[in-house]
Design a protein. Structure first.
Length: 80
């Protein structure tokens, strides 16, 4: 899994697949004040994007891929 979790921060790396959505969601749900760092993501399955949208966690950093970054940015804006 391209993720590293600790008590306050989760870092996602490279290609996040549909299989990664559930453990990411579990961490986000259990760590409401946790920050999700997506700066190193190269591909984000829509299930992971929906997971990010379903939680109120802060997203720190955006990926270099402009399309992925814009999808995350728009998803977080829709929560305002």
């Amino acid at each position: 899994m391209p993720a590293k979790f600790d008590t306050t921060k989760a870092e996602l790396y490279e290609n996040c697949t549909v299989e990664d959505a559930e453990p990411i969601f579990d961490w986000l749900r259990k760590t409401a004040a946790g920050v999700l760092d997506v700066a190193h993501v190269t591909h984000l399955h829509t299930a992971v994007l929906q997971t990010i949208m379903a939680t109120g966690n802060t997203v720190g950093g955006l990926p270099a891929d402009h399309f992925v970054a814009e999808c995350i940015r728009q998803a977080k804006l829709s929560q305002i």
